[in-house]
Design a protein around this ligand. Sequence first.
Ligand SMILES: [Zn+2]
Length: 158
Amino acid sequence: MAKILPIIKNPSPLLRKKSEEINPEKIKTNELKELCADMVKTMKEEDGKGLAAPQIGENIRLIVINTKDGPKIMINPKITKRYWAKEWSEEGCLSVPGFYGKVKRNKKINCVYFDKKGQKTKIQAEGLLAFVIQHETDHLDGILFIDKAKEIKKIKAI
Ligand SMILES: [Zn+2]
């Protein structure tokens, strides 16, 4: 059974480390499969649009994203192209609870990653999916949305 994992909150130094690539040979191990299942469950439980491994204390390049077609697991995601057009996107983060802000992101990107079966996959993402991939891959480089946001707003304490 998948577990709900505790989320690391800002200002933990764990959120500021650059995460390491996952050896593709490890993708099909039970350990990684379990971690992916736990991350998906945690993301859904916390109602996040995505979750990056450093947010649950794992210093590896793994993100999960909630899409309308179900959860997407992206291993070693790399943005290979950023189209020039940008747009402001309203963002929050499970690791920065209670805060929201506007971040300028590329509207369209190309991305390569390994899926949960170890298949190398290329996608072109636009709009919300592109913004979420950029937010989550920033986590893998130790970057939080508050580093880039303007008009950071605090909502009422929960
Ligand atoms: Zn985040």
